[in-house]
Design a protein around this ligand. Structure first.
Ligand code: FAD
Length: 458
């Protein structure tokens, strides 16, 4: 008898309920990670995500080795490959932590049925969200579409469970099925090696995530409420890729933060800062819940009345200028270059560049969402399209359509000394810096007129 644990968006051994349950059976355990680019509608990973995955799997393999668990790497459609690996491992039970995307749920449900029919025990667990999406509903049993009441309700729920104790080693060694190698998968960019900046900025894997959390709670948290909107400051947690890949559990983040909050004497700024931080984790939950209940958030407007919006024909030169950080708007260009160089962008600047693309340039938000999907190390199937739609005005609890960020005022307010802009756009203020691609005032008026037509169809 052997237990098979299928790792997906939960690349950690700490607080991993599926792994813990498999080990608790007292049989040998085999782990598998599947690169699935074949199951219908499962969105292929973007470039930066592929880079992250390569590093993170190396780290997971080392942690599993220490527990005596082999990690098997395979490619293909889950419906075909997982049963095969189960047979090769002589597994009589399969464990996994749930995924919440529609296509992934369809794959998992079919697989569960098939494996059970074949006589295997199959068990799925909650590990990636603090609240299961079907448990947090309005009084009328409907999903929430506005954040504030959603989060109020979440905070009134029983507190999220405590993280599980670290797993001990397994009983006996399993017979390990054949594994492909990470190198076979070609997840790392070859020439040109654009990942140098990513390597310098990030340490993927479970230990890196725990270090970031400790650093955040120990040093940055008191500054968070005041400075979290200032892109030149480094006061946010930088945990988003670790949360996306499940290298850290939201339960661990929740309880560690609550511990710091409790330790801060009442009235201490730490308490307020902890709540502000957990509220951001609330946005992650909200995005996941909205996406769980919606069709294909990266393709379809959440507010269907936006389907009537007529995007002008795409101007590829404008899109390229935006992607490369050559729009002539300093804060936009700084953000886009930060993204390309490091695989991330400060949240405030993400809002500004998204507003500039979808409103000043009148380019369909899906183009921006796809670019972020390719380039962000935290590219998340729920948070990315949710936030794009939020900025564009088509999303849940979205900024009203007439809210168009003014990137010049945003820079004055949040980067008043230009430190962030200069860090990423060293030629700013010299003749080498491009002229503005569009006039901000005129393009704003054109966007308002276009949006007005959706609001009041002719
Ligand atoms: P912190 O301020 O330390 O916040 C803690 C955690 O809360 C984050 O790690 C993240 O998991 C969560 N969080 C914070 N803000 C949001 C938010 N607005 N929506 C959802 N979760 C949030 N975040 C992603 O994780 N993946 C994405 O693909 C993504 N795409 C975005 C696209 C746009 C257009 C915008 C405006 C925002 C996007 N965000 C996305 C949200 C946010 O910008 C990042 O989560 C944040 O910048 C990550 O930095 P941090 O971990 O230091 O955040």
């Amino acid at each position: 008898r052997t237990a098979l644990v299928w790792f997906r968006d939960d690349l950690r051994v700490g607080d991993n309920p599926a792994l813990t349950a498999a080990i608790a059976r007292g049989t040998p355990v085999v782990a598998v990670y599947l690169l699935d680019e074949e199951s219908p509608d499962v969105r292929p990973l973007g470039g930066a995500s592929r880079w992250w995955l390569h590093q993170s799997l190396q780290s997971l393999r080392a942690s599993l080795d220490a527990l005596g668990i082999p990690l098997v790497l395979r490619r293909g459609a889950a419906g075909a490959v997982i049963p095969l690996v189960a047979t090769e491992a002589a597994a009589d039970a399969v464990f996994w932590n749930r995924r919440y995307g529609r296509a992934e749920r369809t794959v998992d449900a079919a697989l569960k049925l098939g494996l059970r029919e074949a006589g295997l025990h199959v068990q799925s667990h909650a590990a990636s969200l603090l609240y299961e999406p079907w448990t947090l509903t309005t009084g009328a049993g409907q999903p929430y579409s506005v954040f504030t009441p959603f989060w109020r309700r979440a905070l009134a729920m029983p507190e999220p469970r405590r993280p599980l104790p670290a797993p001990a080693g397994t009983a006996g060694t399993a017979q390990s099925p054949q594994s492909e190698t990470l190198e076979d998968w070609g997840l790392q960019p070859s020439a040109p090696d654009w990942a140098g900046g990513l390597r310098a900025a990030w340490q993927p894997g479970e230990q890196g995530a725990l270090d970031l959390l400790a650093e955040f709670l120990g040093e940055k948290l008191p500054l968070y409420p005041e400075q979290r909107d200032e892109p030149a400051e480094d006061v946010t947690s930088r945990l988003s890729p670790a949360l996306r890949w499940g290298e850290i559990s939201p339960f661990t983040v929740w309880h560690e933060t609550m511990r710091v909050r409790a330790a801060a004497a009442s009235g201490h700024p730490g308490a307020e800062a902890a709540s502000a931080f957990l509220r951001q984790l609330g946005w992650r939950e909200f995005a996941a819940h909205v996406s769980f209940h919606a069709a294909d958030l990266h393709r379809v407007n959440w507010r269907r009345e936006f389907d009537a919006f007529e995007w002008p024909p795409l101007d590829p030169r404008a899109l390229t200028a935006w992607q490369r950080g050559l729009t002539g708007v300093p804060l936009v260009d700084a953000g886009m270059r930060e993204l390309w160089a490091t695989g991330t962008m400060h949240n405030r600047v993400r809002m500004v560049v998204a507003s500039y693309l979808s409103k000043n340039l009148l380019i369909d938000w899906r183009q921006g969402e796809e670019w972020f999907w390719q380039t962000l190390v935290d590219a998340d199937a729920a948070s990315n399209p949710f936030n794009w739609q939020w900025v564009a005005g088509s999303g849940a609890d979205a900024a009203p359509y007439f809210r168009i960020f003014n990137p010049v005022l945003q820079q004055q307010k949040f980067d008043p000394h230009g430190s962030y802009v200069r860090r990423h756009v060293p030629e700013w203020g010299t003749p080498d810096y491009p002229e503005p691609l569009v006039d901000l005032g005129e393009s704003r008026r054109a966007a308002l007129a276009a949006y007005e037509r959706v609001r009041r169809p002719a």
